[in-house]
Design a protein around this ligand. Structure first.
Ligand SMILES: *[C@@H]1O[C@H](CO)[C@@H](O)[C@H](O)[C@H]1NC(C)=O
Ligand SMILES: *[C@@H]1O[C@H](CO)[C@@H](O)[C@H](O)[C@H]1NC(C)=O
Ligand SMILES: *[C@@H]1O[C@H](CO)[C@@H](O)[C@H](O)[C@H]1NC(C)=O
Ligand SMILES: *[C@@H]1O[C@H](CO)[C@@H](O)[C@H](O)[C@H]1NC(C)=O
Ligand SMILES: *[C@@H]1O[C@H](CO)[C@@H](O)[C@H](O)[C@H]1NC(C)=O
Ligand SMILES: *[C@@H]1O[C@H](CO)[C@@H](O)[C@H](O)[C@H]1NC(C)=O
Ligand SMILES: CC(=O)N[C@H]1CO[C@H](CO)[C@@H](O)[C@@H]1O
Ligand SMILES: [Cu+2]
Length: 587
């Protein structure tokens, strides 16, 4: 009890401190102002499809003992300031990158290959300089070290691991651990990899700096493989199984990363903007790359690591996606689709069969408006992602891979047996001029005492209601979850105005209002996930499991320990401005 109190008092202190430090003392000096037209010109000057798609370096999260059995590995991964060339027409750019040395650090960072059932230990080290390369905003709750440096903390997105290894926003640290946040306890993180095979990614999660640190380059992918699944499923493997980490960035003429130094509500927040959109689409660290493929099946694990851009992908020349999995898990059966909508931080695991076209190339395109779903239409730049060049058939190796009709039978999500139903309501607040000032969940700041305290080992139902104009990707740490129902809210205006005064779903007669049309959950989202999209003006019913989904087994570690977990919107600009709440499991 005592410990919790100290922890909270410290958070409070931290906010006070952060508000009293002037932004100029911490944020880098602003470069000369630049217009949106110039940024677009720079992006437009990057010739499409001339950069080869990089494959990021691999690090193995396991090793073998003398008898050949897999055993845990100890990795050390650093964060470095380095130079990265996003395109041959662009000067090298200063970035923050993960890697095993300053020379080998990449954007995105190395792909960590983990094995189901074998623990991976990672010692995360911060080698970043005294000052940030991008602007940030100390009027939102932000980690501020007393001795300078860039606060960082790594979260393995989708990982089922103890709270001490979760990368709590308050567990940040600077170079050499000179300063640490109030929840910092250890430098080596433990990832048990007890969950089924799936697609994860790691990224920074420092308080109030997540959007900035990811924009600077602190992202990487992590895959859990299960040899039994590999042998029973026969999906494309080896060089035919690739990661595509997609994000958007804008650049100044000198090649440096662009982020707006002026907030859209500068008297309240000098720098914060509700969403970042870049003009250039980057895949595995290169703008609009190409990949030479054989006329056969490939598996692509597509990760949207944009700050705020949704992508709706399609392929030209008649190709389809055969979606086999999402972020957390396989689908029960493959779903063939011409287009896939990915929210920030969502992952699609797809097979593309290049033998089903006679064309010699196919473009991966995007047509999602931004912000999604009511924002601007894409233009000729951000409507393109990358190109596949299909090499002449003479060089095909026999392709025996398949996307079998039954991939995996996970338990079906059900509300029966749920221990608790919670209403999770998303709010956006605006200034008198109608510009967003901050976003809250359940009308509460991140610093308000914890209200979500699920019992470890149980299943809950979360009724998620969006009272904002945007679609928000909801991410719950530790849990795996699945949307089972989306229903429109009738008399939305009346319900919203009641909620804005009372902030109490039951008192505002939520069940009387959630009586509108049912929307279908797309087939390719009917699986256990780490992120679900929350439609505006609708209630989304989400089954949330706080145990291992395969067999309902309890977590093999103490999930109730300090500092607990968090759940939040995965639009990073929203998360940083408090669309985030603590999540504390109890025994
Ligand atoms: C990893 O570190 C642990 C604890 O320090 C140690 O017991 C283990 O032997 C190490 N594993 C390898 C492969 O070095
Ligand atoms: C930066 O944000 C300010 C405030 O919203 C806006 O006026 C300006 O046009 C933005 N700059 C660019 C290049 O978009
Ligand atoms: C990528 O993720 C961002 C934020 O997490 C989201 O805004 C964007 O829509 C996503 N894009 C795609 C293509 O999924
Ligand atoms: C691909 O096909 C187009 C039109 O059929 C042709 O113009 C082009 O030269 C071909 N490219 C390659 C690389 O074979
Ligand atoms: C809740 O709303 C429904 C539908 O508008 C209405 O029929 C019902 O009387 C309301 N219940 C209360 C307690 O206000
Ligand atoms: C619910 O979501 C659907 C799909 O995005 C949208 O068409 C509809 O307008 C939403 N309902 C309300 C009341 O906003
Ligand atoms: C697109 C959409 O329907 N957005 C709605 C989200 O919820 C708010 C408040 O309830 C509505 O005003 C928006 O129209
Ligand atoms: Cu959001």
């Amino acid at each position: 009890m005592m410990k919790i109190k100290i922890f909270r008092a410290f958070h409070f202190l931290l906010t006070i401190i952060s508000c009293s430090v002037s932004a100029a003392a911490q944020s880098p000096a602003a470069p000369p102002p630049v217009t949106a037209a110039t940024l677009q010109q720079v992006a437009a000057s990057l010739q499409m499809y001339v950069e080869k798609l990089p494959e990021m370096p691999k690090l193995y999260g396991y090793t073998t003992n003398p008898t050949g059995s897999p055993i845990p590995a100890n990795l050390t991964i650093g964060m470095y300031e380095t130079q990265w060339k996003f395109h041959r027409n662009l000067p090298a750019t200063t970035v923050f990158a993960y890697g095993t040395s300053a020379l080998t650090a990449t954007v995105p960072g190395p792909t960590i290959e983990a094995l189901h059932g074998v623990t991976t230990y990672v010692t995360w080290q911060n080698h970043l300089p005294q000052s940030h390369i991008l602007p940030f905003d100390t009027t939102i709750a932000t980690a501020i070290p007393s001795h300078g440096g860039v606060p960082t903390v790594v979260h393995l997105h989708g990982g089922i691991h103890p709270p001490q290894s979760d990368g709590n926003p308050f567990a940040w640290f600077t170079a050499g651990f000179r300063d640490t946040g109030s929840a910092w306890t250890e430098s080596t993180y433990l990832y048990p990899n007890v969950q089924h095979a799936g697609n994860l990614w790691y990224h920074d999660h420092a308080l109030g700096l997540t959007r900035v640190n990811l924009l600077a380059g602190l992202i990487g992918s992590y895959v859990i493989r299960d040899p039994t699944e590999d042998s029973t499923l026969d999906l494309p493997r080896g060089e035919f199984d690739r990661h595509l980490m997609v994000f958007d960035r804008s650049f100044y003429k000198d090649g440096s990363l662009y982020m707006n130094y002026t907030g859209d509500n500068p008297t309240i927040h000098p720098q914060w903007q509700p969403e970042y959109f870049g003009d250039a689409i980057i895949v595995n660290g290169k703008a609009w790359p190409y990949l030479r493929v054989q006329r056969r099946k490939y598996r692509f694990r597509i990760i949207n690591s944009s700050n705020a851009r949704y992508f709706r992908f399609s392929l030209t020349n008649g190709l389809s996606f055969v979606q086999v999995g999402s972020d957390a898990s396989f689908l029960r059966s493959p779903v063939t689709t011409r287009s896939i909508l990915l929210a920030p931080s969502e992952i699609a695991d797809v097979v593309i069969d290049f033998s089903t076209t006679s064309a010699n190339q196919s473009e991966l395109t995007n047509d999602a408006p931004f912000p999604y779903p009511t924002g601007s239409a894409v233009d000729q730049l951000n409507s393109k992602v990358m190109k596949f060049i299909i090499i002449p058939s003479a060089s095909i190796l026999p392709d025996k891979s398949t996307a079998p009709s039954i991939l995996k039978n996970y338990p079906t999500p059900t509300t029966a047996g749920a221990s608790t139903t919670r209403y999770i309501v998303l709010y956006e607040y605006e200034s008198a001029t109608g510009n967003p000032t901050h976003l809250y969940i359940n009308g509460k700041s991140f610093f308000a005492p914890v209200t979500e305290t699920p019992k470890s080992g149980t299943t809950e139902v979360w009724e998620v209601i969006n009272l904002t104009q945007d679609n928000h990707p909801l991410h719950i740490h530790l849990a795996e979850f699945q949307a089972i129902k989306v229903q429109q809210i009738v008399d939305l205006a009346g319900f919203t105005s009641c909620m804005k005064t009372m902030n109490d779903a039951i008192a505002c007669n939520v069940t009387g209002h959630v009586t509108g049309n049912l929307l279908s959950v797309p087939d390719y989202e009917k699986t256990w996930k780490n992120v679900v999209k929350i439609e505006p003006g609708n209630q989304t019913t989400v089954v949330v499991k706080f145990n291992l989904i395969d067999n309902d087994a309890p977590y093999p570690f103490d999930a109730t320990a300090q500092p607990g977990y968090v759940y939040h919107c995965h639009i990073l600009d929203h998360e940083d401005n408090e669309m985030i709440r603590p999540l504390k499991l109890v025994a």
